[in-house]
Design a protein around this ligand. Structure first.
Ligand SMILES: Cc1ncc(COP(=O)(O)O)c(C=O)c1O
Length: 380
């Protein structure tokens, strides 16, 4: 039952620093950009965007989005390959609805995005973890699992992964695509962090491979504009898009989010989205550097690699310290993080934690890491 009249999903108690939080800071939400785009669009005297939308998603918006994606992916993207969603989470839920039945197997990275695990549980899916290293999914482990069971799909976050920050290497991407053809399973590539790259261009996205019929790529405005918009897209070949468009859900409710789509279309067309991404990258670069420096200073014994994009540091605790026990201790010092076991579908990763640097300014990140050190010191 709701106990407060809360607006946003999370609540941080006063004085607490939650380094686990993967949500953008309020001051980085693009209020002015949205205000201008909404005013311009509402001033046009054209009410069509208040109508039930076309099932695949506003065509003008898909055209703007396709142009943006073609530039960002350095790969031509057609508006016809895009289906508009209420965000990547909704896309994932729809994929499960249309392509699985309870009891089906789905392969996931170990570790993976913990709320995706929750969505898969809602659909009664059997999860098979595939091991990963700093270059992403281990293809030998995948091949071995493929000899034991056949997945309906593999869910993967190939670029700047949640929670590890790791990126699947180009060689592994190629081998994964060839295995998906050979063993006939879908690759569901959650590419929501692709555009938050802090050092150079990431590898070619899976979005470039959707015509093979073995790939669905998920994208979202949550990380590059604002999560409250509830706007994203999925990209697939014509047969798969047809399945989404011809569902009862879309038949009844029309395309997703035509109101927001029309306004965001304007944000893209006026260059506002590119500017916003550039601003986020400049800000997050400073925050990564601040968190890295704080970890060096206060926690020289922990293991991690500096993320090249996305939101997260994935930290290996020293001496097999249990992250859940550390969490209890950390509460005393008013600092939070996400324990690694959350991201494991088999209860592993107990001595890992996920930290995020996006919600706080550098001085708060420093303070948070210092509190984490104090909590760790108390454990020993
Ligand atoms: C890997 C991944 N996928 C999906 C989401 C949620 O995306 P959306 O807000 O578009 O539903 C997140 C948010 O944390 C995420 O990290």
């Amino acid at each position: 039952m709701e106990t407060t009249l809360q607006v946003s999903q999370f609540y941080i108690p006063p004085g607490f620093i939650d380094l686990g939080l993967g949500d953008p800071q309020f001051s980085l939400l693009p209020l002015e950009l949205m205000r201008r785009a909404a005013e311009e669009h509402l001033g046009q005297n054209d009410p069509e965007f208040l109508q039930y939308g076309t099932e695949q998603g506003d065509g003008t918006f898909r055209q703007s989005l396709a142009k943006f994606l073609s530039r960002g992916y350095v790969w031509p993207i057609e508006p016809g390959s895009l289906f508009i969603t209420n965000g990547a989470s909704m896309g994932l839920h729809l994929i499960c609805t249309f392509f699985t039945r309870p009891g089906d197997s789905v392969f996931v990275e170990e570790p993976t995005y913990f709320i995706a695990l929750h969505i898969f549980a809602d659909h009664g899916l059997r999860l098979v973890p595939i091991r990963t290293d700093e270059n992403g999914l281990l293809l030998d482990s995948l091949e071995e699992e493929l000899t034991k069971s056949h997945p309906k799909f593999l869910y993967i976050i190939p670029t700047y992964q949640n929670p590890t920050g790791h990126t699947l290497s180009t060689d592994r991407r190629k081998r994964l695509m060839s295995l998906s053809r050979q063993h006939d399973f879908l690759v569901v590539a959650d590419e929501v962090y692709h555009f938050l790259s802090y050092s150079g261009q990431p590898p070619k996205p899976f979005a470039a491979d959707v015509e093979t019929g073995n790939v669905i790529s998920l994208g979202s405005f949550s990380k590059i504009l604002a999560p409250g918009l509830r706007l994203g897209w999925l990209q697939a070949n014509a047969g798969i898009i047809h399945r989404f468009v011809n569902s009862g859900l879309l038949d009844s409710g029309g395309g997703m989010n035509p109101f927001t789509s029309a306004i965001v279309s304007r944000v893209i067309e006026t260059g506002g989205l590119d500017d916003n991404i550039a601003k986020l990258i400049a800000t997050y670069r400073l925050r990564i550097a601040a968190m890295d420096a704080a970890l060096h200073r206060h926690l020289p014994g922990v293991g991690y690699t500096i993320p090249q994009g996305g939101y997260f540091f994935w930290i290996h605790l020293p001496n097999g310290i249990n992250a859940r026990e550390l969490q209890r201790q950390a509460e005393e010092f008013k600092v939070g993080f996400r324990p690694g076991a959350l991201f494991s579908c088999k209860g592993g990763m107990k001595d890992y934690i996920r930290l995020s640097y996006i919600f706080y300014e550098p001085d708060k990140l420093e303070q948070g890491v210092l509190r984490l050190k104090q909590s760790l010191d108390k454990m020993e």
